[in-house]
Design a protein around this ligand. Structure first.
Ligand code: M6R
Length: 604
């Protein structure tokens, strides 16, 4: 979600770091910073907001000789977007940048504080540099101190450290967050968290594996693997196209974002799951005092995730829940009861209709909560409480990973409320938490399924319409599948509850009506199957998505067998997203910038 760069060499270090950060700015832009060690002296610059603010601050700063430097552009997870929380973070005489989350930071921080270390920021990252300095003091060997530090960290990270006593060295480690190093014939070394900053600078690059750590100097690139064995770099050539580098080889950002879902869901879960309960440090438990109803309000995809949430809140938390389309809600003189928690959901945090409903709720003195992907956005600033979805920047106009993380947050929140209201037993809660931990696996895209969908998509480029159908929580997923398809393929598609087709839409059934049927094995399977058979009997072309073989379908997409319908939900989510993507690509559309749409709808 954040971006890292590093440079060792004798060119213009400042410019190399800043232009690298510019390439990564789309990953996070609430603050940025650089630390450069030149002539034995550190120069540090940090700025809140977009990179231009950092560029402005560093205007007079000159780097014209050998130096080592590290830089970072931040997407806040621990601590607000302030200068103090911006990276690089300082120890006594070392600096660190870091992507990811250090899960055991609280424990490490406590021990360091007991030793008298003063912390300046609210971040998890700062423990890395203090831990490094503590180890350095003890062993007086930079690499030993760094190796020990890495072995003490739990969680996901890509990190770089520079220290005053070794002014020609950058230490690096990667575990769970991407990072690569580039080299050239001029003994320069470049680090980044993705390809694009290195294009045109490095001749060849080495992508680190999880568990890799080591250091670079002018003459050396030393890598150890997760078993502490020294390994050789595995160099490859870099693409020369910046845009495609930002897309990491995927054809479209939407495709990349579909593939990212497993990782971003893992980010969404980090630090929020304990064995028997959900931990949301960011919200006050009193938020739910006196609350007897939850009202969810949103637009588009966020509305669909809210609709999914209503099933979970009523089923797991046993609390009344209603869902509203923001553009409708704001003009219909709604009743705002004081015992209602008003929740808005938004990827951007800027959608005008949703923002207005939040203001209405505030005016009516309701408690408010926002589920949002963009920290510091208007909704985050307006609401009483906020849970960030941690999906990272979503570039595709058709939302995918934002939806996945919103549903994940709602799943956790429904269990959090279940605990407060004692509506699930400890065993039931444990089971749900166990399922949540499996979600990143359920959302991994397999080559096999993607290939199957690619092939099958050619049969769905015409017709007079699509019906995505599902029951229960699979109904909002059907709505979302239909929205994805219409947004990027421009084909007519509707989401419908399976059991409702016979009350009208079934009149449309013929071979040119395509039914995309969601058939979860673990939720109302027989009932849903009957509804699909009714359509099949009337000659609608059926594409069934299920873990269970279904012989009445014209096409069948088999998902992995899952132990629970919630995991089936996430498996099927991937399928409907990929199906829309492949149909749109075959139709020759611009997947990332579909006609007539905008990423953030700030007008009503
Ligand atoms: O930023 P928001 O989540 O508030 O945006 C709401 C909708 O505009 C958005 O979900 C839209 O429907 C997307 N294009 C869906 O792919």
């Amino acid at each position: 979600m954040c971006g890292i760069v590093g440079y060792l060499g004798d060119k213009n270090t400042k410019e190399i770091l800043l232009s690298g950060l510019k390439e990564l700015e789309y990953r996070g832009y609430d603050s940025a910073g650089i630390a450069v060690l030149q002539d034995g002296e550190f120069s540090i610059y940090k700025a809140v907001g977009k990179l231009v603010n950092l560029e402005e601050k560093t205007k007079e700063f000159i780097t014209d000789k050998f130096a080592v430097g590290i830089g970072h552009t931040r997407w806040a997870t621990h601590g607000k977007p302030t200068e103090l929380n911006a990276h690089p973070h300082l120890g006594e005489s070392s600096y660190v940048v870091h992507n990811g989350i250090i899960e055991n930071y609280a424990e490490l921080k406590q021990k360091l504080q007991e030793d008298g270390v003063k912390f300046l920021s609210q971040t998890d990252t700062e423990v890395i540099v203090h831990q490094f300095e503590k180890n350095l003091l003890a062993c007086e060997d930079g690499f030993k101190a760094f190796s020990k530090t890495i072995s003490e960290l739990e969680g996901a990270y890509a990190t770089l450290i520079v220290t005053a006593s070794l002014p020609d060295t950058i230490f690096f480690a990667k575990h769970g967050s991407p990072m690569l190093v580039g080299v050239n014939d001029e003994d320069e070394k470049f680090f980044a968290s993705s390809d694009s900053p290195l294009i045109g600078l490095a001749k060849e690059v080495n992508y680190f594996e999880d568990g890799d750590y080591g250091y670079v100097t002018k003459d050396e690139l030393v890598i150890y693997n997760k078993n502490a064995e020294k390994t050789k770099p595995n160099f490859s050539q870099l693409s020369t196209d910046k845009l495609s580098a930002q897309k990491d080889g995927y054809r479209f950002f939407m495709e990349k974002e579909i593939y990212e879902q497993s990782d971003v869901i893992a980010d969404t879960l980090i630090g929020r799951l304990s064995d028997e309960e959900i931990v949301f440090d960011e919200i006050d438990k009193n938020l739910f005092d006196g609350i007897n109803e939850i009202k969810l309000c949103a637009c588009g995809t966020s509305y669909h995730s809210a609709l999914s949430a209503s099933y979970m809140f009523e089923r797991y938390s046993k609390i009344r829940c209603s869902v509203e389309i923001a553009s409708e809600f704001r003009y219909r003189s709604p009743i705002m009861a004081k015992d209602t928690l008003f929740v808005v959901i938004s990827q951007s945090g800027e959608t005008a209709d949703t923002l207005e409903t939040l203001k209405m709720a505030k005016r009516a003195n309701l408690k408010t909560l926002v589920i949002c992907n963009v920290d510091n956005s208007s909704m985050v600033r307006e609401a009483d409480a906020c849970i960030l979805t941690r999906a990272g920047i979503e570039k595709g106009v058709a939302s995918t990973k934002a939806f996945a993380t919103q549903v994940t947050v709602f799943w956790m929140l429904s269990l959090y409320v279940a605990k407060l209201r004692d509506s699930l037993t400890t065993d039931e809660l444990k089971y749900q938490i166990h399922l949540l931990r499996e979600t990143p696996v359920a959302t991994k895209v397999s080559d096999e399924i993607h290939e199957k969908i690619k092939r099958l998509s050619k049969r769905y480029l015409h017709g007079h319409g699509f019906f995505f159908i599902g029951r229960d929580i699979f109904f909002p997923l059907a709505l979302e599948g239909a929205l994805k398809l219409k947004e990027i393929s421009y084909l007519h598609a509707e989401g419908y509850p399976s059991g409702e087709m016979k009350h009208g839409p079934i009149a449309l059934a013929d071979p040119e009506l395509f039914t995309i049927a969601l058939l979860p094995e673990h939720l109302l399977y027989e009932k849903s199957k009957n509804n699909v058979e009714e359509l099949s009997a009337r000659d609608s072309t059926i594409c069934a998505i299920s873990a269970k073989e279904f012989d009445k379908a014209d096409d069948f997409i088999k998902i992995n067998p899952c132990k629970d319908y919630m995991l089936e939900f996430f498996e099927m989510m991937i399928v409907v997203q990929l199906l829309s993507l492949e149909i749109s690509i075959r139709l020759g559309n611009d997947v990332d910038m579909p006609r007539n749409l905008a990423k953030s709808v700030t007008v009503e």
